[in-house]
Design a protein around this ligand. Structure first.
Ligand code: BV8
Ligand code: ZN
Length: 241
């Protein structure tokens, strides 16, 4: 593996994470063998049409994942990103995650953009109120207004949250770190190319070379939980020098 790239003290860093950063916490990824989409038909459980057709099936899928997410803990990769944020000057770090599992918040990260939403939240399909998911949800949970509740996540064909803000962060950063994502799902998968054309140095950590590997200047192949702590240690030294 090549030596870790240096950073300068005032570098603005944006990190984008995907399911791979939670793999070592025991959260199944989507496209690896045994991944979530191999057990469920993605069109049936992660699209508005699927919810329209069979909301009970979609609720079973998300309740199962929400229950599992409550039992798992962050791994060294999540903690490394939380540590990096603490050591950088206020406003010089932003975390964009495709993950809905809540592990970045559990690890202490503060500036988190859950672009695909959060398992822990539900949204009313009528009044659009967003609230924490109550403990045990009935088969077809309802809002006090009577509307059917849905998971507060972004399905295929839906627009991810805060896209204008996310594009601004990607354009302003000087270092773009991409961790644990196959680079298959847009528009998240396009952020690394956008960062690079906006003048950022791009750094990637992934078990396998991702689809968007071409745009990654410094690629460290392996497990995020094993590589990120050392990378952050190196960057902490750079910040001190
Ligand atoms: C949209 C939330 C319009 C719910 C998810 C081109 C442009 C724009 C859109 C499209 C386009 N082409 C196709 C589309 C449509 C579609 C899309 O991208 N389809 C793909 C599959 C072809 N995109 C959409 O519909 C998006 N909306 O486009 O709106 C628009 C257009 C432009 C601008 C604005 C709006 C909505 C997509 C969101 C869908 N919702 N999830 C839920 O979680 O249930 S997506 C789902 O996939 C998760 O969020 C997941 O995070 C995400 C991406 O997957 P990854 O995180 O990368 O996970 P994956 O399993 O694929 O990979 C894991 C990686 O980790 C692997 O590489 C593996 O090697 C690595 N790994 C494993 N273990 C480790 C590891 N790495 C390090 N350490 C380890 N230990
Ligand atoms: Zn409502």
């Amino acid at each position: 593996m090549e030596a870790f790239v240096d950073i300068a003290p005032r570098t603005k860093i944006v990190a984008l994470t995907g399911a791979g950063i939670s793999a070592e916490s025991g959260v199944p990824t989507f496209r690896d063998k045994g991944g979530i989409w191999q057990q469920y038909d993605v069109m049936a459980v992660a699209t508005p049409e699927g919810f329209e057709r069979d909301p009970r099936l979609v609720w079973r899928f998300y309740n199962e994942r929400r229950k599992h997410a409550k039992l798992v803990q962050p791994n060294p990769a999540h903690y490394a990103l939380a540590r990096l944020e603490q050591l950088l000057p206020e406003g010089n770090f932003a975390l964009i995650t495709q993950n809905v599992d809540g592990l970045h918040r559990k690890a202490g990260s503060k500036s988190i953009h859950h672009m695909h939403g959060e398992l822990a939240k539900v949204r009313c399909t009528v009044c659009h109120a967003v609230r924490e998911a109550p403990e045990d949800l009935p088969d077809l949970p309802r809002c006090p207004c009577g509307g059917l509740l849905r998971p507060h996540v972004v399905w295929f064909g839906e627009i991810p949250f805060d896209m204008d803000k996310l594009y601004q962060l990607v354009e302003e950063c000087r270092l773009f770190l991409i961790v644990g994502t196959s680079g298959m799902v847009h528009p998240a998968a396009g952020f690394v190319a956008h960062a690079k054309t906006s003048g950022a140095v791009t750094v990637g950590v992934n078990l396998e070379p991702p689809e968007n590997r071409f745009y990654i200047d410094h690629f460290y192949q392996g497990k995020a939980g094993e590589i990120l702590p050392g990378l952050v240690d190196h960057w902490v030294q750079c910040l001190k020098s």
